[in-house]
Design a protein around this ligand. Structure first.
Ligand code: NAD
Ligand code: SER
Length: 314
């Protein structure tokens, strides 16, 4: 039986990954670790308060809980990272290094470390972006993601610590709010639409980006986690494509269910979006571990609207 720790487990992805893993492996075998203590602690337990920059504390938690499998989700995302690049460096790079060292020293079997489309940069081909291409990001978040991909590969080849990761696009979900990324508009906008409020979008109407619905995000990371090692040519840097759309196209789809007003007022996040691809070639993920998404734009919007109507009571 696996003993799993999910760092950053209270965040957007962790909030849905943890229940999925607990259904599968048993509640007591999946420990949530986060720097924040949740208000609903009893619902979240087993929980440990952990700062991933503290290697000694990570080692202690791993040993005390017999952890052999880690989903390392603790991070500062792109927009928040540009507001505070020093913090992004500290958590995303120093924190990852502490995690890898703790994993190496304690003999952990596997660490899943999500990368991002932020690993790409302005020189990367924008459409059907190849898996293996130019990586020259200009955000601290993107720099931390490229560093993570390379460090993960290094620890695998040098120490046999099995580090794996997908390059997530923008993740859309209704259970927990996103944590400060450039793609957050694609979640926020649903709340405004369903409350009948005007939404001011911080990206341009035509700013197309790759996106993914949460059930596919959970499927991607767990499927890669379980893929036979011998099938993997890549390891820490898989492109995964699900859908691509612009704010304008998302608004058009949401308006099939509810009418609302939108204004476009791009801010500093537009520059970040401009440096990212519009769509990804994910043939390596398809070939090496059978990646295939279930949701496209219409099915994602229908599911978001249904669930948020129930959640918000509107
Ligand atoms: P999030 O911002 O929603 O959650 C991150 C969590 O990490 C938060 O609960 C926060 O409290 C915690 N955290 C922050 N600093 C910490 C520290 N020092 N020690 C311990 N915990 C700390 O992020 P998410 O959206 O759930 O993202 C998870 C992973 O997926 C990250 O690596 C992120 O870069 C990656 N990713 C996410 C998206 C997306 O759209 N959500 C897209 C691409 C990649
Ligand atoms: N959704 C993420 C962000 O915008 C991409 O990594 O930061």
């Amino acid at each position: 039986m696996k003993r799993i720790m999910v760092t950053g487990g209270l965040g957007q992805i962790g909030s849905e990954l943890v229940p999925y893993l607990r259904d599968r492996y048993g509640r007591e075998n999946v420990i949530v670790a986060d720097i924040r203590v949740p208000e609903n602690l009893e619902e979240i337990e087993p929980f440990v308060k952990l700062d991933v920059r503290d290697e000694e504390a990570i080692i202690r938690v791993i040993k005390e809980n017999d952890i052999d499998f880690i989903y390392h989700l603790a991070a500062i995302l792109s927009a928040r990272g540009e507001q505070n690049p020093q913090l992004a460096f500290d958590v995303n790079i120093r924190g990852l290094y502490a995690m890898l060292e703790a994993g190496r020293k304690t003999g952990v079997e596997r660490i899943m470390v999500p990368s991002s489309i932020a690993a790409f940069g302005p020189e990367t081909p924008k459409d059907n972006t190849p898996n293996d291409t130019i990586l020259k990001p200009r955000t601290m978040y993107g720099i931390s993601k490229v560093t993570g991909e390379l460090l993960g590969l290094y620890y695998w080849e040098k120490y046999g610590l099995d580090v794996r990761g997908v390059r997530y696009p923008g993740i859309i979900s209704w259970k927990a709010p996103p944590g400060g990324g450039t793609t957050d508009y694609a979640v926020e906008i649903f709340y405004y639409a369903l409350r009948g409020e005007k939404y001011t979008c911080f990206l341009r109407e035509d700013a197309t980006l790759p996106m993914m619905y949460m059930p596919d995000a959970i499927k991607a990371i767990t499927q890669l986690a379980e893929a036979p090692s011998e099938n993997l040519v890549h390891r820490t840097d898989f492109n995964v494509q699900a859908m691509s759309f612009s704010p304008g196209e998302l608004v058009e789809e949401i308006r099939k269910y509810v009418d609302f007003e939108v204004e476009y007022r791009p801010d500093y996040r537009q520059k970040i979006a401009d440096s990212w691809p519009r769509s990804l070639d994910d043939s390596a993920a398809r070939r090496e571990w059978g990646w295939k998404p279930d949701y496209d734009l219409p099915t994602m919007v229908r599911d978001m609207i249904e669930n948020l109507r129930r959640k918000l009571g509107v």
